[in-house]
Design a protein around this ligand. Structure first.
Ligand code: 13P
Length: 289
């Protein structure tokens, strides 16, 4: 099977994006995988530090690897937004295919040092274990939580968007394999509507930085913005809030209608189906199907 790096290169050539979806339990993993399989497209499973704590670092790694090997299917695992070298290292040691070191809150010089340390570690581990581990970092601020927001997260503005020349320098100095820029995207769904993406900025960053780009904060973004962002150079798109909302709403509805149901495999089934539906629609759009 091709490596994640190869699937990303293929997506760049085909002008499509690979979907990245977060999980914190096995139901979400089923919903996402069911959708990907129906469309026969590669997919990335992400766990933030909090999600990883809940599902279990070893457990999620074993599950994703087992599915990949059992079905010979391109499903990959990413340590999404890990904040320290130690947490990135633990995830990579456990067998994750990729990790995001999120050091945007640090001063730039410290961000670069920490990011480079993770990149260097991933290279050594890749060599030692014959793997091809990818390291991603974020530049510019896009907020932090996958939730419903009353307004654009505090601190996000045009001033915190990624500047193409900074992106170029950051990639050169850190050696990262993937860059997550701030281009109008925010984590979470803004009640009055998410901001529009700055497509020109994506193009400029892509032209100068030399690595594939990852769009975080995918929930709530207009379809046309996704399509234009992919054409402009986005190769991976992250979705979390939309699947959290779908899961919760389906579960609430079922329990309200069936207050006496106590079998988890029954009351969680509609939640799995709801996740599958969201992921299916997003994957169709991202893969131009
Ligand atoms: P959303 O919750 O806005 O979809 O963002 C998810 C994300 O970027 C995870 O890294």
């Amino acid at each position: 099977m091709k490596t994640l790096r190869e699937y990303i290169s293929e997506a760049e050539v085909k002008k499509v994006a690979i979907g990245h979806f977060n999980v914190s339990n096995i139901e979400a993993l089923h919903g996402i995988y069911n959708a990907a399989k129906k469309l026969n497209v590669p997919v990335i499973i992400g766990v933030s530090e909090g999600e990883e704590d809940f599902i279990g670092r070893d457990e999620v790694a074993v599950l994703v690897k087992m599915i990949r090997e059992r079905d010979n299917y391109p499903i990959f695992l990413n340590a999404d937004h890990h904040y320290t070298f130690e947490s990135v290292k633990s995830a990579l040691d456990t067998g994750y295919d990729a990790a995001i070191i999120d050091a945007v809150k640090l001063p730039l010089a410290e961000n670069i040092i920490l990011t480079k340390k993770c990149v260097d570690y991933a290279k050594i581990l890749s060599q030692k274990e014959g793997r091809d581990i990818l390291v991603e970092a974020e530049l510019g601020f896009i907020g932090q939580s996958s939730k419903l927001l009353d307004s654009v997260p505090e601190g996000v503005s045009e001033a915190t968007m990624t500047k193409p020349e900074d992106a170029k320098t950051f990639v050169e100095q850190t050696g990262i394999n993937l860059l997550a820029p701030s281009v109008g995207n925010v984590h979470g769904v803004v009640k009055g509507g998410n901001p529009r993406l700055d497509i020109e900025r994506i193009k400029e960053i892509k032209n100068v930085c030399g690595v594939p780009l990852v769009l975080h904060g995918g929930s709530g973004i207009a379809d046309v913005d996704f399509t234009n962002a992919i054409k402009a150079g986005i190769s991976i798109i992250h979705i979390n809030t939309e699947i959290r909302v779908a899961y919760k709403e389906a579960l609430e509805k079922y329990l309200k209608e069936n207050p006496n149901e106590i079998a988890p495999y029954k009351f969680l089934k509609p939640a799995v189906d709801a996740i599958e539906q969201v992921v299916y629609n997003r994957l169709k759009l991202f893969n131009n199907l």
